[in-house]
Every structure is written in C-alpha cells, then in structure tokens.
Design a protein around this ligand. Sequence first.
Ligand code: ZN
Length: 399
Amino acid sequence: MKDIIQVDTYFDGDEYFSEGPYFIIITEESIEAIVAKKEVSDSFLLHTNINLIKAAFAMPGLAEGHAHLFLAGEELDFKKRSSYLKSDLSTFIEVGKENLRKSLESGITLVRDAGDIHGVNTILRNGSNGSLPRVRSAGKALRKKGRYGSFMGVEVESNEDFTTVIEDLAVNADELKILLTGIIDFERGEVKGVPQFELNELKQISTVCKKLNIRNFVHCSGKDGLELAIDVGINSIEHGFFMEEQMLTRMCDKNMEWVPTFSPLHFQLENPKLAGWNQQSQDAIRAILDNHYKMVGKAGEIGLHVIPGSDAGSYGVEHGKALLQEIVHLVKAGLPLLQVLHNATILVRKKWDYPLNHIRKGSKESFVLMDKDPFTAIQNIYSKKSIILGSPKPALAIL
Ligand SMILES: [Zn+2]
C-alpha cells in the first residue's frame, strides 16, 4: 500500500512547480518520488495498490519566526489580559498547547518562541516528544533592572558581569533574547526611553553568547537601539521599527537578519477604538508602518534575510493565522512570495540548525497540503490546510 498525493502545483522550498498535476509518492519512510502526470501513463494509478489524496497545492511546513506561546492574542479585554498574567503555570502550559494546535492548523510545523519569564516555552519544547509543531525556545530573556519586559526577562544590573546569568539562561534556551529597547509611545511616535544596555554591555553579552555557541536576538526599535545592535552584530533584530536604509546595508554586511513583525501594529491601526487611539496616535502608527513597509521592501532588494514572524500572543495577534497575515504583509512590502516562503521554511531551518524540509525525493519531513495555490492569488494563503506528517510519525496523518 502506497500513499500518493496528487497536487496541481507545489513549492518545494526553493522552487515553484506549476506544470502539474504531480504525484508525490510516499512510503512509510519518506518521499519515494515526485513525478509529473505527463511523465507517466494513464494507467499509473491503476497499477499500484494506492491510497490517493488530492489537493491543489503543497509546500513545506512553515516556521513561525516570533511568537509567545503562553499568551492568547485573541483576548482583547485589557483587564483580562493583565489578570491572566497572574495565572498558574499549568494554565499557561494549557494555553500554550492550544496555541500550538492552532499553529499546526495554519500549516506551521516549527514555532520559535521569543520567550517568557515563566519558561513556558522551554517546557513546551521539552514536552513535545516529537509531536508537531516543534518549539524553538528562547527561554527567559535578559533585561536591565526596572526596565521594560517583566513578563519576558530576568533582570541584570548595570556594571554587573553578565556571564553567569547568561550561562544559566542558556541551559534552558536555544538562543538568547535581549530586551534592548522599550515599547513605542504612539502618542509621540517614538520609542520610550534610552536603550537598556550600553555598547560595552551589549558587546559583553554578544561575546558570552559566542563562547557558549548560542545565537542571540534583540527586541529592538528606534534609531539608538538599532545602531547599537548593528554595531555589535547581534544575530537578529526583532520588530525593528524606525529602521533606516543605511542600517539595512550594514545589517546585510554583518549577515544579520530581521524579523519585522508587522502584525501587532497592523492590528492596532485596524482597530484604533479598542486601544483608544486618538487621531494623532493613529497617524503616528500609520507613518511607522509606512516606513516599515518601505524598509522591508528595500531589505528584500539588497538581499537582507527577512524572517516572517508575527509576534503571535500580542494584543490581537492570534497564533497560527497571524503568521499567514504576516506573510501577506511581507508580500505587500514588495518581497516575492517565493522568497517569503523560502525564508519561512528552508532558510530559517538552515540558520537554526533543523533538518531541511524540502518536498523532494528522500525527505522525511512533514509538509502542508492546501485547497488553493497562494502563487495564483496571495489570499489563497488562508485556504484550508492539512498536514502530511513526516518521521518520527511517518506516512499519512491529516488534521
Ligand atoms: Zn515578542
């Protein structure tokens, strides 16, 4: 008995194949072969003892580049959101599991969690036992005493030796998150306060990470913080609002990457009444987003690696669906869909050291089937999905 998946078109992780139909032949171990219908005789499907599944389109499982699994983005009541933060660990874990389920439903097979102070992301990673999605965890973040990020980061003091703190954090984390700046003051249209760390401090953090051989990334927006992160050559800048063109070139030279997280700000702009934004704040948000679209477009042109990540769990940003929205934002910014999907599948796995998930002969990785092809119309990215599970649970298991 063989499972054969018939698709009209597919994206293998690098290339788009549009001259189908194609048959993806699956054995218990892996993809045995992919053949175009025109290459086989009409009796091909009659000859073998097969289980045929049809879909419009197939692509490798997506990676969500920036999420907070312990938070539910769809909770819009501010009071409920802040009282939820006082919940017990088991509640956080249950919410996290539900968010993972939602992610899988949207075709996500790897979630990079950008950290929480309870270490829920690490617990979810360790407890997954090979089930999907896999979790990449940032554990607990690093922040300066009294500064932004109490729900994400442990505190360090100025002039402290950060080595042992980072060593401790690294035990439970796949990479180190640094809270470099605060949040944006929308009424003033700028980032609140000065960066949390000074140049020599950030250099020290980066040096310790290199010694421990773990990657690092910064929560960072605004000129001062961005300049610092680029000077030091932090691996990834997350959010990065108020980006400037000269910074993009420098990031490219230093082989850095950018996770622009359009979704939270986009939600605020679409729903100004929920957060109570006046006209001035709405104008400021629009201006910030306009610059963001422009800079992401430029980043694509110069070949800077832009990683899709939605900041799911933030206000109004729902796990799963938000990554698909983020993909649409990146395409709107001018990045080709092929590039965006490549970055969300193959590129991140290369960078983060996970098995590559091309849809190719020999692959044992999970992939996604869809009812419609996003290459014919970007809105199709939201079409219904099912997952073909790879090893360690081989062969067909559809959601
Ligand atoms: Zn975040």
